[in-house]
Design a protein around this ligand. Structure first.
Ligand SMILES: Cc1cc2nc3c(=O)[nH]c(=O)nc-3n(C[C@H](O)[C@H](O)[C@H](O)COP(=O)(O)O)c2cc1C
Length: 217
């Protein structure tokens, strides 16, 4: 099936609205196919703090784990949800964003994410669990993209600090920030050997990605 098949089909059946009409935009967003969601699913590091992510939105993301592959189907990941109302401020200062952009000192004051999913593990992390973690993060972030939210996977934190600050019964292995992202982000084609680092230029955050030819061996 061609990319965007469902979106095009949706447009054909229900379309007709002006492209800039909010209702048309909302219909298009909901009808997005997997490839569109994947392209939209970028790592955002600055957020609109006036937007309050609801607990139900985080629950919708965590629900995706019920449909995901898991090594030996062991399902060892557990999730603590943090919104503005349930202590997300306790995480501020305990994680770092944008290792490749040290001059920006992210998260920028006044643009910090206000909601998080803290991913924990019931067992010590081994190869299988790390793979499960990646699948889980991707699944949850795709759901966020479908809901019109953005996020970022965060591993740059000290687990013991986060565990203590949130009084967690399990070791945290990953944070996912969720919110309304502010950056304008664009993908850039690169070939193997070129610089992989993301960068910002004239207000745009560029993310280099290998071309298909460079992924194939
Ligand atoms: C395992 C993993 C850990 C990451 N940890 C961080 C982090 O601690 N801080 C951060 O700003 N971004 C983090 N990221 C986001 C990556 O930097 C991002 O995926 C990469 O720059 C490519 O951008 P994209 O997600 O928009 O494609 C992490 C991503 C992954 C998959």
């Amino acid at each position: 099936m061609a990319d965007n098949y469902l979106e095009k089909r949706y447009e054909a059946v229900f379309g007709g609205g002006r492209k800039d009409d909010p209702a048309t935009k909302e219909r298009a967003r909901r009808a997005a196919g997997v490839e569109t969601l994947m392209r939209r699913n970028r790592s955002y590091r600055e957020y609109d703090t006036s937007y309050e992510v609801k607990r139900a939105e985080l629950e919708a993301m965590v629900r995706m784990n019920r449909y995901l592959a898991s090594g030996r189907n062991a399902q060892t990941l557990r999730f603590r949800l943090l919104t503005k109302d349930s202590g997300s401020d306790k995480l501020q200062g305990l994680y770092k964003l944008g290792r490749a952009l040290p001059e920006l000192n992210l998260p920028r004051k006044g643009a910090e994410p206000q909601a998080f999913i803290v991913v924990c593990s019931t067992v010590p992390m081994e190869k299988g669990q790390w793979i499960d973690l990646g699948i889980s993060c991707q699944g949850m972030l795709l759901k966020a993209a479908e809901m019109g939210l953005q996020g970022v996977i965060i591993r740059n934190f000290v687990p013991a600090q986060v565990r203590a600050a949130l009084d967690l019964p399990l070791e945290p292995v990953c944070l996912i920030a969720v919110g309304k992202g502010l950056e304008k982000i664009e993908l850039v084609d690169i070939s193997a050997g070129e610089d992989f680092n993301y960068y910002r230029r004239d207000g745009v955050h560029y993310v280099p990605k290998l071309r298909l030819e460079d992924l194939l061996i």
